[in-house]
Design a binder for this molecule. Structure first.
Ligand code: TXD
Length: 312
């Protein structure tokens, strides 16, 4: 008898992003959801609220909230948003000490209760947190990946669409490298229905757009005052989750483990990857201009520095 049960998604962290991913998982029927958090009652309250919305959305997935890791048992996919979010004036790197402690405990519990799961890490500083998660779980590197490039690329796409007054969905964009100020929008592979973006927007304007992409997270943080962006990060996470759980084989920029690709070995960094039923199925090496390659190198060096300060 074939396995026809719904996939099980464990959301470790039921805060702004975790709760929004749970909502998207329900509306899009990506899979059953277990919302886990350390705050007593909060995941249970969000799960109950989400279940009240299900009849309207015609969703049949089950959503439970819990403070007990045992409830994530045998999840097919774990999505980690556990950790502190930035406050105005904070860099993503400022979160490394606190979030490393949290990530270690989360990864140990995933290893114990969901040893065969795929893991998408969202917590910041992303490149360090996904590295730590893979180290602590010891999972094969194709099963552990980070969400950043999809978010940074969708921001790039949104700004280009707004500038050209075209449908955001016709923009295809790549942002590679680390998830921080050194991220690299890849102009040479960004198109509007296949038309190179540099044929439609002048270089100065594209420079300004790309600068805004690098600062987009901070722009939202400074407006929100408490907390950081969550609708677009959650949407980015669910696109990656769907590509894995439905074996869609989308090519998405994500923090993947490099085994020599782009000249790097043994680090996680944002690169185009095929996401399918076996997780990161292939890292795709794209040609880069000299300027882009230099910027990716700078970004990789920053990622290495960040990984270097992780607890041993
Ligand atoms: O592109 C990206 N990767 C980034 C990631 C985009 C935006 C936000 N980025 C980071 O995601 C952000 O800097 C944070 O590190 C995470 C989660 O952001 P979110 O906005 O969801 O933060 P919240 O609302 O504070 O939720 C975090 C939850 C909160 O409910 C805590 O109680 C919980 O994490 N938490 C824990 N859950 C499980 N286990 C432990 N130990 C734990 N500690 C806190």
């Amino acid at each position: 008898m074939g396995d026809v049960r719904r996939k099980k998604i464990a959301l470790i962290g039921a805060g702004n992003i975790g709760g929004t991913i749970a909502f998207l998982s329900s509306v899009k029927e990506v899979g059953d959801v277990v919302l886990f958090d350390v705050v007593e009652g909060m995941p249970q309250g969000k799960a109950l609220d989400l279940s009240h919305a299900a009849p309207i959305h015609g969703s049949s997935v089950s959503i439970i909230g819990t403070n007990d890791y045992a409830d994530i048992a045998d999840a097919d996919l774990c999505i980690i948003t556990a950790g502190l979010a930035r406050k105005p004036g904070m860099s993503r790197d400022d979160l490394i000490a606190t979030n490393s402690k949290i990530m270690t405990s989360v990864a140990e519990n995933i290893k114990k209760y969901a040893p065969n799961s795929f893991v998408i890490v969202i917590s910041n500083p992303l490149d360090a947190m996904v590295t730590l998660c893979q180290r602590v779980t010891g999972f094969e590197v194709n099963r552990v990946l980070g969400m950043a490039g999809v978010l940074d690329s969708t921001r790039y796409r949104a700004f280009i669409a707004s500038e050209l007054n075209v449908a955001p969905s016709v923009i295809s964009a790549l942002v590679l490298g680390g998830h921080g100020d050194t991220m690299v929008p890849i102009r040479s592979h960004t198109t509007v229905s296949g038309i190179p973006v540099s044929h439609l927007i002048d270089s100065d304007k594209l420079d300004a757009i790309e600068k805004r992409v690098r600062g987009a997270g901070g722009e939202v943080v400074s407006l929100l005052k408490t907390g950081s962006a969550f609708y677009s990060p959650a949407s980015s996470g669910i696109e990656m989750a769907e590509s894995i759980l439905k074996d869609q084989k989308k090519v998405l920029p994500c923090a993947a483990y490099l085994n020599g690709e782009y000249g790097y070995e043994g680090i996680y960094m944002g690169v185009p990857a095929v996401l399918g039923g076996n997780g990161v199925e292939k890292v795709i090496e794209v040609s880069l201009t000299e300027e882009e390659a230099a910027a990716v190198k700078t970004s990789a060096e920053h990622v290495k520095e960040l990984i270097g300060i992780l607890p041993a």
